[in-house]
Design a protein around this ligand. Sequence first.
Ligand code: HEC
Length: 148
Amino acid sequence: MRALVLLLLAGILLAQAPPAPAPAPKAVGTMSELMIDVVYPTSNAVFYIFREPPKNQVDWDNFKTQALTLAESANLLMMPSRARDQDKWMADAKLLWDVGNKAYRAAQAKNLEAILALNDELNTACVQCHMDYRQAYGRRPTGAKQQK
Ligand code: HEC
């Protein structure tokens, strides 16, 4: 009987507790970590697919994982805590979304030619945002040796 009363009381207390706020998306990696550990390796899988083209289903499945991760990384770049603004940044990230989406669809179709054809578009997606937002990117201090 006592246990039952306690149980009921506990139930009432729980029912009255203010609802915990729902979890919101929260970045795990810094921008640099996201670039180095997600965007860079997955885009390399697309850039250099010609070196070792997928030969079997396992290869294609692995490539699909890379392509979808690359495409979805564009959404991670658009997260409120990562987006530098709601205008050019979003447009630049959308370039990556578009080409990543095409790479993933081509991977599903096992269309190697279509993936090879995405090289320039992918390169542009990286360079565009880096020119706009990566500090000192593409700018060399005067007098410095031009790097390759
Ligand atoms: C929407 C913007 C955006 C896109 C698209 C983008 N990047 Fe970046 N990237 C950045 C920013 C901003 C930095 C600088 C991060 C920092 O130093 O905090 C960066 C830095 C990097 C770095 C250097 C990281 C370091 O700390 O050394 C690499 C490598 C990189 N990006 C690769 C890529 C590649 C490859 C692509 C295309 C497949 C790409 N990025 C597309 C915004 C972008």
